[in-house]
Design a protein around this ligand. Structure first.
Ligand SMILES: Cc1cc2c(cc1C)N(C[C@H](O)[C@H](O)[C@H](O)COP(=O)(O)O)c1[nH]c(=O)[nH]c(=O)c1N2
Length: 221
């Protein structure tokens, strides 16, 4: 054990700066490949995420091949057309105007998966909620996303897929869950606010409406 003092002001500001300026990136990717040492640092950050029972259920499939990424892009296009039809009227038009992936533009794709069998069938902390292994994998993704912000690397999470399509393209075994397709690449500019907010799709909710005290719905302190 070592002393757990708080960070210096500069260190704290750096952490919050990464959190506040992290963005989901769809179209600002630069084509140059990410150096191996940068990718290594991002994956190391991911691998230091918390996980239920310390099961570390994640794997990271690094996809540089333009051919494979083109197939992933086709799988997105199919699902995205289905998605558009789930919205009505003007909302459908607005949905179609959004760019929701940068699969072929970003030089690296990272498919993040979750192996529910990683540490046996009974896992400390997962005994009463089987989704805890997926949640752990999401923690790894968020670590990677924040580290990427600090490295000047943009990340775009794409989830508009049939999971079976990704499994077929990437040869992922049946029992493994696909948690994310991440587009990764250097960026020279980022939106100051979420792109969906800038484009009028949806705005950030006031935090005070989301915080309750001593029970659901109780706003008084
Ligand atoms: C689980 C999950 C899944 C997705 C996303 C995020 C997360 C957490 N996001 C990104 C999402 O739209 C974005 O985070 C919000 O709009 C907020 O913007 P910033 O991330 O702050 O830029 C996302 N964006 C997109 O363009 N296509 C997508 O398929 C997805 N899927």
């Amino acid at each position: 054990m070592s002393v757990a003092s708080g960070f210096s002001l500069a260190e704290r500001e750096a952490v919050y700066h990464a959190i506040m300026t992290r963005r989901d990136v769809r179209s600002q990717f630069l084509p140059e490949p990410l150096p191996d040492d940068v990718v290594e640092r991002l994956l190391t950050a991911a691998h230091h995420a918390p996980s239920v029972g310390f099961m570390q259920p994640w794997n990271f499939i690094l996809v540089k091949s333009p051919t494979v990424r083109a197939r992933i892009r086709d799988a997105f296009a199919k699902a995205n057309e289905e998605a558009a039809l789930m919205f009505e009227g003007e909302r459908r038009q607005a949905y179609r105007s959004l760019k929701l992936e940068g699969i072929t533009e970003a030089p690296l794709g990272i498919c993040v998966t979750c192996d529910p069998t990683r540490s046996g069938s009974v896992v400390l902390g997962r005994t009463h909620n089987p989704r805890m292994d997926s949640y752990s994998t999401v923690c790894a993704i968020q670590n990677l996303w924040l580290a990427a912000r600090a490295e000047g690397v943009g990340i775009g999470w794409v989830s508009i897929f049939h999971e079976a399509d990704l499994k077929t393209i990437l040869g992922i075994p049946e029992h493994i869950e696909v948690v994310a397709w991440l587009c990764a690449g250097f960026v020279d500019r980022l939106y100051d606010q979420p792109e969906l907010s800038v484009k009028g799709w949806r705005q950030r909710l006031p935090l005070e409406e989301l915080v309750f005290h001593d029970g659901w719905g109780r706003s008084e302190r």
